[in-house]
Design a protein around this ligand. Structure first.
Ligand SMILES: *Cc1c(COP(=O)(O)O)cnc(C)c1O
Length: 356
């Protein structure tokens, strides 16, 4: 039996979108390929609220995170981590020989923008990495406030991990001043895993020109320059199947209307939060709750593994806590094409299993 996924990626993909993955191949150096990739970039510019270039990558989101920190740091990267994915960005820097420092907060909390201000004021850093929506904790960082702080440091390139939030909540990339905003196909874009996309600002482009060793496959400047010269084609063979599906899914997203989409996500989030508070507690700081997933503290000491097993028999799957939180929390994703009715159906099943 197929289990309906309420895990924070991969998420449910609609059948008509899945079917696009099975379209016949086209040559990746054909005019159709150029048009396909140009169309996708134009639509993504709307979703990202940007006029800057969009890069497509046949990797998951981690690929572009690694490419960003490596391609655009000259002096030193400041990585602000509020959970597992923030820490990962730091490790990517270190493993690529990029000078980087890690600034962490306790899991469940948001980034402290006074701390960001203090760190950037030292003048040591020319790149900052921040997670927008920390999937391990269920915290969504306050990007507007962060934008105001980071704007004070024009030499700093801002990389934002919006992997689990873009297309589920409004992120106005240009207005905020984000230089490289990254997302993956398998989260709120509701596509199969295997592709990532990012915005790439003029400032990031100029910076990358001063970085000597940018790697090869994930050299963001090389990708940018190639698509300018070759009419939106990429240096190596991309996952055209993902592109067929993405082109189609972006039409559906824009047809729904971005504001309607965000509203639907907030409605689902509010419903799950209320349920979580009624029966358990929420893990994250209530001022900064994620709109795309809810992390619930297992205050009743239930067996999360057992709950998921029972849910599985009924055709649903949720997520246990991340890493060290495995049995201490459980996470319910409500993103992509998921509806309030889907969420209600899931929670009714959990109520039955737990005798609420
Ligand atoms: C899923 C996720 C990632 C990793 O993305 P992949 O596409 O699996 O490489 C990074 N950051 C956040 C916040 C995520 O949710």
């Amino acid at each position: 039996m197929h289990k309906k996924l309420f895990i924070p990626g991969p998420i449910e993909v609609k059948e008509d979108v899945l079917a696009k993955m099975a379209m016949p191949m086209i040559g990746h150096r054909s005019k159709e390929a150029s048009e396909l990739q140009r169309r996708i970039s134009e639509k993504l510019r709307k979703v990202f609220y940007t006029k800057e270039e969009i890069l497509l990558s046949t990797t998951s989101g981690s690929g572009l995170m690694e490419g960003a920190i490596r391609s655009c740091t000259v002096k030193r990267a400041a990585v602000f981590s509020i959970g597992a994915f923030g820490k990962r960005w730091y490790e990517m820097g270190i493993n690529n020989n990029v000078p980087a420092d890690l600034f962490e907060v306790e899991w469940g909390k948001a980034v402290d923008f006074n701390e960001v201000d203090k760190v950037l004021a030292t003048g040591k850093y020319d790149l900052i990495c921040i997670t927008h929506n920390e999937t391990s904790t269920g915290v969504m960082n306050p990007v507007e406030e962060l934008g105001e702080v980071i704007r004070k440091y024009p030499e700093v390139v801002w990389c934002l991990d919006a992997v689990s939030s873009m297309a589920g909540t409004k992120i106005e990339v240009d207005k905020l001043g984000v230089d490289i905003c990254i997302t993956s196909s398998q989260k709120a874009l509701a596509l199969p895993p295997g592709m990532a996309v990012c915005s790439f600002s003029q400032k990031a482009i100029e910076r990358a020109k001063n970085v000597k060793f940018r790697g090869y496959y994930l050299d963001l400047l090389a990708l940018y320059e190639y698509i300018q010269k070759k009419d939106y084609q990429y240096p190596s063979t991309p996952s055209l199947s993902h592109m067929f599906a993405m082109d189609y899914q972006l039409d559906k997203i824009l047809e729904e209307g971005l504001d309607n989409r965000y509203k639907r996500h907030i409605e689902m989030a509010e419903y799950v939060r209320a349920w979580g508070k009624e029966h358990f507690e929420l893990f994250a700081d209530e001022r900064y709750l994620s709109n795309t997933l809810t992390n619930i503290k297992n205050t009743r000491g239930i067996s999360v593994a057992e709950l998921n097993k029972e849910l599985g028999k009924r055709g649903f799957q949720i997520s246990n806590g991340y890493g060290k939180l495995k049995e201490q929390t459980f996470r319910i994703a409500h993103m992509g094409e998921c509806t309030l009715d889907d969420v209600k159906e899931l929670l009714v099943n959990i109520d039955e299993i737990l005798n609420f």
